[in-house]
Ligand binder design. Structure first.
Ligand code: AMP
Ligand code: MG
Length: 426
């Protein structure tokens, strides 16, 4: 039986990022960019007015400027600005030839509908009258965003490996990239198995229970941004399992719950092997979660990961948190990262019995009572860990109250309040 660390090492060795795909921009947010993106255009593509106002030449010495044209965003000027003239421009309009600045609409002095006073002449008057306000002439380039100011043709705008955010999607749209090379979102199929499982609201006949693993896993996957495939409930017979597992092998990852222990109807490993899924590990020294099964099926460059999660809901959840989550992260392009425990301090006693390390549901909070100097030495805020009275790996209700898993090493012992314990925040 492998230790938890050996199981991590197995996964690290067998899980690699999904092959790069070109996806539509609208579906790319949150995904990892697989190649650097360079612009095919200058941005902005033309010298553009940043305000509503009058485009003019800062070198023009004429005292008044005649308005010869009006240009809105999306139009192009038909005239050039000559000495003694100006063109009224709106925000986003191209700067006319001959102009090198724009005076804002609210700063311009209009003599009539078709004439403004020269902003430069006004500035000079203010300066000679020793009045402070706007006694400075407008500089060349004022209120103009020059062509290529943001980036130029051929310039890299996004680097490879970046996780695309909404702003990046906007930037890609700006440069006209509507197909982008990314590591795609993993497609994960979910198959709870068991003859005892009842779907949905239906009444429970003798011996039956409801399927909690299916909805729990699908929810966890959706929260992680995966594409989910619900395979329904698999029954404990070879034909039904075979049919559903075959469908699941079309996905990137197949999560099966139940049927991987030592019961007479635990048929999942055999069916997987008959379908060409190579077992990488079976059984991990941990509690809960011991029966975990993991294997891969390769067809050409395509690799499907298959996890057989133990049927008990807490076992399923713990195995998902420890092993499946990091594997999904790696499929999506991140290096494999096993969950890292933090050091906490027990608020109450906890007893441990058994040869396997345990993941014990607990409540976790920031430790306020710890001295601040001690806190610094510990490298950050210490966590207070309250172990919860936990019935068994079927006790989902206690797990629902927990927000951490205390990591209790193998052995028979009792830890007392105040002692240190490793904890995995959930
Ligand atoms: P198994 O791993 O199939 O032996 O199942 C172990 C325990 O988990 C049994 O008590 C099952 O009834 C229970 N179990 C299996 N699958 C589910 C499920 N989808 N939802 C809730 N409990 C389950
Ligand atoms: Mg079962």
């Amino acid at each position: 039986m492998l230790s938890v660390d050996e199981a991590f090492a197995c996964l690290r060795e067998h899980v690699r990022p999904l092959p790069v795909e070109e996806v539509a921009l609208e579906g790319a947010c949150g995904l990892q960019l697989a190649r650097a993106i360079c612009s095919q255009d200058d941005s902005p593509p033309f010298d553009k007015s940043m305000v509503d106002g009058y485009a003019f030449s800062t070198h023009d010495t004429a005292p008044t400027l005649r308005v010869i044209e009006q240009v809105t965003a999306g139009q192009v000027p038909h005239h050039a600005v000559e000495p003694g003239t100006t063109i009224r421009v709106m925000t986003g309009a191209p700067l006319p030839d001959g102009a090198d600045a724009v005076v804002k609409w609210e700063d311009a002095q209009r003599l009539d509908d078709a004439t403004i006073r020269s902003p430069q002449v006004i500035a000079t008057e203010h300066a000679t009258a020793r009045r402070n306000e706007s006694g400075v002439p407008i500089e060349s380039g004022y209120c103009v965003l020059p062509r290529g100011a943001a980036f130029q043709t051929g310039q890299q705008v996004l680097s490879s490996g970046r996780h695309l955010r909404p702003v990046d999607i906007g930037l890609l749209a700006e440069i006209g990239r509507f197909q982008v090379p990314v590591i795609p979102r993993p497609r994960v199929a979910v198959l709870p198995t068991g003859n005892e499982l009842v779907e949905g609201e239906g009444p429970l006949a003798a011996g039956q229970i409801r399927n909690s693993n299916g909805p729990m896993l699908l929810a966890a996957l959706r929260q992680l941004g995966m594409i989910t495939i619900d395979l329904g409930i698999g029954r404990d017979n070879l034909e039904d399992l075979r049919t559903r597992i075959e469908m699941g092998l079309d996905a990137d990852v197949l999560l099966i719950s139940g049927g991987v222990s030592a019961g007479v109807l635990d048929l999942v490993p055999d069916v997987l092997e008959s379908l060409g899924v190579r077992q990488v590990l079976h059984k991990v020294k941990m509690k809960p979660g011991k029966p975990l099964w993991f294997g891969v099926r390769d067809s050409g460059p395509r690799r499907v990961l298959v996890f057989g999660l133990p049927g008990n809901p807490v076992s399923t959840f713990v195995a998902f948190h420890l092993f499946v989550r990091p594997a999904l992260g790696t499929l999506a392009g991140a290096p494999f990262a096993a969950p890292t425990p933090r050091v906490g301090q027990l608020l109450g006693p906890v007893e441990h019995r058994g040869k396997r390390p345990s993941y014990h549901p607990c409540r976790v909070s920031g430790e306020r009572r710890a001295e601040s100097r001690e806190r610094k030495r510990e490298g950050g805020e210490k966590l207070a860990v309250e172990p919860l009275a936990w019935q068994s790996s079927a006790d989902l209700a206690t797990l629902a109250r927990a927000d951490g898993l205390a990591l209790l090493p193998a052995g028979n012992y009792q830890l007392e309040a105040g002692q240190k314990v490793d904890v995995l925040p959930l």
